[in-house]
Design a protein around this ligand. Structure first.
Ligand SMILES: *Cc1c(COP(=O)(O)O)cnc(C)c1O
Length: 354
């Protein structure tokens, strides 16, 4: 077998999706399953579809193209680059937008292909990443879009807890609902989608406090079963769908403090150490080029992560009951960002368990 290796258990993903989709559908909320964490792998995306999502959504056009043969509406999550407009109208049904210039270009490209491209306009409710911050500028933009022949506005969306860490509350999201009504009346259009954000909004669904919204774009909560505003595990979900396995290439007893003068490490930081005496240290053949050490959790609770470099992970196994040897495999759970990084590394073998 080839290592390092990521095992992906589709039955866990399917079950997480089913649990959360049912919870949301009961309140008339449809789910866009966010696929960026697994780079749009079509086999894993299929587990989202089997679990009942209504859309697939990704922030990278390459991933959306990879999923082109899956017959379900697709959403582009990141504001489109002007340079990719042609591919957006070709491979994507709906894109999230906030710049008139880009929207005009999307309209042109759509018309060239005899298509009408659907858009959701993003509203910034205070998290300060993408979206219209002032209502007047949003209304101005809509006035301009209405005359574009290649574009249809189908809804409003917002994004929270991404940059500013603003937690979605009923009050914050109510601003979006009010704005929708205002726009529908003023321009005599119907907005079918009101998209309330990411996995940090799931806590409102659990507490039935999500009046008016009818769409959520979820990644982390489907993959790990976690709502991200407060970091809690959602009932009947499992965080073990993705597991990482790394192989041991050295096991030795060594001091816990380096010998000699301490300078900068390979990443420009001056490291500090606590003297715990002689410890049993393990080297694994995986490193920062492949993974994020902060998002890595050994299944063996007797193992601690000491650090590492581009190609090496250093562990302390002195407190473990297992007598690890060279060639043994150490298994880890991962955070959402941990999964994202590992899935993106071409050095990690991916094994999908159906
Ligand atoms: C990534 C992303 C999401 C999904 O976020 P999760 O925290 O993974 O649920 C939703 N909306 C946008 C615009 C995104 O980029």
């Amino acid at each position: 077998m080839k290592y390092p290796r990521m095992t992906i258990d589709l039955s866990i993903i399917r079950n997480n999706v089913k649990t959360i989709v049912e919870l949301c559908n009961k309140q008339d909320i449809k789910i866009a399953g966010v696929t960026k964490v697994f780079c749009g792998n079509p086999e894993i995306a299929k587990a989202y579809i089997d679990g009942g999502v209504s859309y697939l959504a990704d922030s990278r056009i390459e991933n959306l193209i990879r999923m082109k043969d899956l017959d379900i509406p697709k959403i582009m999550l990141r504001l489109p680059m002007k340079s990719e407009a042609e591919y957006i109208v070709e491979y994507v049904d709906i894109s999230l937008n906030s710049e008139l210039e880009t929207i005009k270009l999307l309209s042109e490209k759509a018309m060239e292909k005899n298509k009408i491209h659907k858009i959701i306009l993003m509203v910034d409710l205070g998290d300060l990443r993408e979206g219209f911050y002032e209502e007047d500028s949003l209304l101005d933009c809509i006035e301009n879009i209405i005359s574009l022949k290649g574009i249809e506005i189908i809804g409003l969306g917002t994004n929270l807890t991404c940059y500013g860490g603003v937690i979605p509350t009923e009050e914050v999201l109510n601003r979006l609902v009010k704005l929708e009504r205002q726009i529908e009346e003023k321009y005599n259009i119907e907005l079918e989608i009101l998209s309330g954000g990411n996995s940090s909004t799931v806590h409102l669904v659990e507490n039935c406090k999500i009046n008016g919204l009818n769409n959520l774009r979820l990644g982390e909560s489907l993959i790990l079963g976690i709502e991200t505003a407060y970091g809690e595990q959602i009932k009947d979900t499992d965080d073990g769908g993705f597991r990482l396995q790394a192989e041991i290439i050295e096991v030795k007893e060594k001091p816990s403090v380096p010998i000699g003068e301490i300078g900068k490490d390979a990443f420009g930081n001056v490291p500090t150490f606590i003297d715990r005496g002689i410890r049993k240290r393990i080297l694994c053949a995986i490193g920062k080029q492949d993974i994020d050490f902060d998002g890595l959790y050994p299944l063996d609770s007797g193992i601690t992560i000491l650090g590492g470099s581009s190609d090496h992970l250093i562990l302390d196994s002195s407190d473990s009951e297992i007598n690890y040897k060279v060639g043994d495999i150490i298994e880890f759970k991962l955070s959402y960002v941990g999964i994202l990084r590992a899935m993106t590394s071409e050095y990690i073998e991916k094994e999908i368990i159906k």
